[in-house]
Design a protein around this ligand. Structure first.
Ligand SMILES: Cc1cc2nc3c(=O)[nH]c(=O)nc-3n(C[C@H](O)[C@H](O)[C@H](O)COP(=O)(O)OP(=O)(O)OC[C@H]3O[C@@H](n4cnc5c(N)ncnc54)[C@H](O)[C@@H]3O)c2cc1C
Ligand code: SF4
Length: 345
């Protein structure tokens, strides 16, 4: 029985799994394909996280530091697993640089891929420089200045369009990405705080600021920050003669067409399955569920399991997930993996 757990992916899930395995007294080999650890919040430059309000670089930075300073964790950056031999208790993973890792169990913390707004061309992304994504807008917030990418002017009006690449059967993405309503309400408040002269409108189908997020984000954004919510079905984003953006659609409360000019339009992009998932499924011989996320084993008695014995997963690899839940699921997967090293499960 090998006494090492192989953790693939250095985002919130993988970082939490690695720390938990080490705390239990076992060795970890952490394989991350990018040059930086931290996953989407670091790689995409998120600003302040919900619900904590802490900057992503500080909050996730602490998770990265804990693992980087841990002697039980061997970190392999800019590498992938390209072949897996053996079985539960005694896996051999061949890495893309030719080296190999022996492990008793594996945790896949391989996460998700942001929806590419190019796949929703009628909403203007790629055609107009002032149509941006939530991740681009978060980077703008991190820089401390809200300006139009096209000419640097301070925007009078910003529209945030929810459910871009989520809940959209026409483009094969029927799932709700779970966190983007709350992230957008938070982003709207950040824009108002940095640029009080800018009005922010949120266009929605339904608002899903679930659990305890309702008053803290949905109500606070309206009552304290005067963010305006418009229940609408968006048809298209075009340009007006004076170079502003026109958001066209139907106000579904009053059932009337609406056309409103904006200076910046933000796509609240959803969470797609990791673009590597067919490769991951082949290399690790794990199943994918019908949307392309990693398939769970039995829901109640093996929640962190995949379809293959000895391989566990958690977080956004299983479907849209928050950071808090990804961290918990990383811990849970790590405990299952450690139990395997004891030969308990
Ligand atoms: C715009 C936006 C804003 C968000 N803001 C918040 C927020 O404020 N609060 C919140 O709770 N949640 C937020 N989320 C959700 C958050 O991004 C996820 O919950 C979180 O990133 C999931 O962590 P993860 O480790 O499972 O996946 P990821 O963060 O995707 O990390 C996966 C890691 O695995 C690596 N990897 C992938 N494939 C391979 C491979 N084949 N080999 C090796 N490495 C690989 C990746 O490079 C990455 O480092 C937001 C989501 C979006 C879309
Ligand atoms: S969380 Fe909100 S914005 Fe995101 S997909 Fe669900 S309903 Fe749409």
């Amino acid at each position: 029985m090998q006494q090492t757990v192989l953790v693939v992916g250095g985002g919130p899930t993988g970082l939490s799994a690695a720390a938990a395995v080490s705390a239990a007294g076992y060795q970890v080999a952490l394989v991350e394909k990018e040059a930086l650890l931290g996953g989407a919040p670091i790689l995409s430059g998120y600003a302040k996280l919900v619900p904590s309000g802490e900057w992503a670089k500080d909050a996730i930075g602490r998770m990265v530091q804990r693992v980087e300073q841990d002697d039980n964790v061997a970190i392999h950056k800019e590498k992938k697993v390209i072949e897996l031999g053996g079985e539960a208790g005694n896996f051999t993973a061949k890495l893309s640089d030719g080296s190999s890792v022996q492990a008793g169990a594996i945790v896949l913390g391989t996460g998700f891929t942001h929806f590419d707004s190019i796949n929703k061309p009628e909403w203007g992304f790629g055609s107009f420089p002032d149509v941006v994504t939530t991740t681009q807008m978060e980077q703008m917030v991190s820089s401390g200045k809200i300006t139009c990418p096209s000419d640097g002017r301070v925007p009078e009006r910003v529209a945030i369009l929810l459910c871009v690449g989520s809940r959209d059967r026409q483009i094969g993405r029927e799932w709700c990405s779970k966190i983007c309503c709350t992230v957008s309400a938070n982003l709207a408040m950040e824009v108002r705080e940095l640029s009080p002269q800018t009005d922010v409108f949120i266009y929605y189908m339904d608002i899903r600021t679930f659990g305890l997020y309702e008053d803290r984000f949905y109500w606070q954004s309206q009552e304290e920050y005067k963010v305006k919510y418009v229940k609408a079905r968006i048809a298209e984003v075009t340009a007006s003669k004076d170079g502003r953006l026109l958001v066209k659609g139907e106000d579904t409360l009053v059932k009337r067409p609406i056309v409103i000019p904006f200076d910046i339009v933000v796509h609240a992009i959803g969470m797609d399955p990791n673009e590597d998932n067919s490769e991951i499924s082949r290399v690790f011989d794990v199943g994918l569920e019908k949307h392309g996320f990693i398939e769970r084993a039995e829901h109640y008695t093996n929640a962190g399991g995949t379809t293959r014995k000895g391989i566990y997963s958690g977080g956004a690899a299983y479907g849209p997930e928050t950071i808090d839940d990804s961290i918990s699921q990383g811990y849970a997967a790590a405990m299952r993996a450690v139990a395997d090293l004891h030969g308990l499960v």
